[in-house]
Design a protein around this ligand. Structure first.
Ligand code: ADP
Ligand code: MG
Length: 358
């Protein structure tokens, strides 16, 4: 995708976007509702005509081609099955449309049904299937003609949580098996983290960051990314001393070291924000070691989450710090005075959240 943009009148649904996807990759577009995910996917599929920019497939410009000439598999929300056709005939449909019938089609259809674990349901009609099974038919139908690229737009949003988890591992397994490039759209961060080779984070029609899941989580570039992908504390203040890859950030309640990204060039005294994950924080009754960053506070809330416990500390200036402890790691009660500490490189300087507007 090169310079791809989409405007509806004065409204910019997608700002100029560049994105390179490698053959065989599993890439997820992740962002809140309205961030432009479907616009990108529909442009790639050919159902939305971009206002500017190009879509290149192996270097060939396909921007002007109608959807059927692109030969991409699509699993969209509401991209319904044919109600009057059996599962077998639904899956056979894309092959018939390409003139592949009978004995030439049969092994391909059977392989697709097998892959989607639908072998036993070939003779049923869509209304005789559960939601999850219907989604499997849509998947088998989109892969039966062995497309180079499979586009999936929130295919699991209508399913319940347990079923979604099953599908996540299944999508991953199928992706590995067929080797097709997958572009997957979701607003669910857990789905994105568990399945993707790379995640593209979108907000208000712009790509904010594009990286493998662990890198995105560990090194978020912006305040929005840190807050959208997992939970984060934000330390705000002014830049002070600098040391090897670190900068001191001094706020009203605490002073901390924070890791500085390669791109960041912050002078002393500049206003800055650092993201600090709750699980990077340790809680102590006694003073922490001298080389750690720390803050003193009062336990204002304890939330039991099963394996872990979320502790909210209120600091001297009234600001809050969330810490995530293994449950039972330290006996705490609301109102306890306690010290929180973290490693000097645990907090990461991030770009502050942009002002509202597109
Ligand atoms: N046909 C359209 N006309 C006007 N605005 C649209 C149209 N389609 C989408 N939009 C707007 O473009 C923005 C991005 O939409 P979309 O790509 O569907 O977001 P997402 O899939 O991330 O929820 C939204 O604000 C949406 O309202
Ligand atoms: Mg959408």
């Amino acid at each position: 995708m090169s310079g791809l943009a989409k405007r509806y009148g004065d409204f910019v649904a997608l700002h100029e976007t560049h994105l390179d996807i490698k053959a065989g990759e599993f890439v997820t577009l992740l962002g809140p509702s309205g961030s432009g995910k479907t616009t990108i996917l529909m442009s790639i599929a050919g159902f939305v005509a971009p206002s500017s920019g190009q879509i290149l497939l192996d270097g060939v410009d396909v921007t002007g081609l109608p959807p059927e000439r692109r030969n991409f598999g699509v699993v969209f929300q509401g991209y319904a099955l044919f109600p009057h056709l059996t599962v077998y005939d639904n899956v056979a449909f894309p092959l018939r449309a390409r003139g592949i019938r009978g004995a030439a089609a049969r092994p391909k259809i059977e392989a697709a049904l097998e892959m989607a674990q639908l072998g036993a349901f070939a003779g049923r009609l869509p209304r005789q299937l559960s939601g999850g099974q219907q989604q499997r038919v849509a998947l088998a139908r989109s892969l039966v003609f062995e497309p180079e690229l499979l586009l999936l737009d929130e295919p699991l949003s209508a399913l319940d949580r347990a079923l979604r988890k099953d599908f996540q591992s299944e999508f991953k397994a199928i992706h590995r098996q067929v080797g097709t490039t997958f572009i997957y759209v979701t607003h669910d961060q857990e789905e994105a983290l568990t399945m993707s080779d790379r995640i593209v984070i979108l907000d208000r029609g712009r790509i904010l960051q594009c990286a493998p899941p662990a890198e995105l989580y560990e090194r978020p570039a912006t305040e929005f990314v840190a807050g959208f992908l997992g939970k984060s504390n934000f330390l705000r203040g002014r830049i002070g001393r600098r040391a090897d890859g670190l900068a001191e950030i001094a706020g009203p309640a605490l002073t901390s070291w924070a890791a500085v990204g390669r791109q960041q060039d912050l002078g002393e005294g500049a206003q800055a924000v650092a993201a600090l994950r709750p699980e990077k924080i340790r809680l102590h009754r006694t003073e922490p070691s001298a080389d750690a960053c720390s803050a003193r506070g009062r336990v204002s809330e304890l939330t039991y989450l099963g394996a872990t416990c979320e502790v909210t500390l209120t600091l001297a200036d009234g600001s809050q710090l969330a810490a995530l402890m293994p449950a039972g790691a330290i006996a705490l009660a609301e109102g306890d005075e306690i010290v929180a500490s973290w490693a000097p490189d645990a907090a990461i300087l991030v770009e502050p959240r942009a002002e509202p507007g597109r």
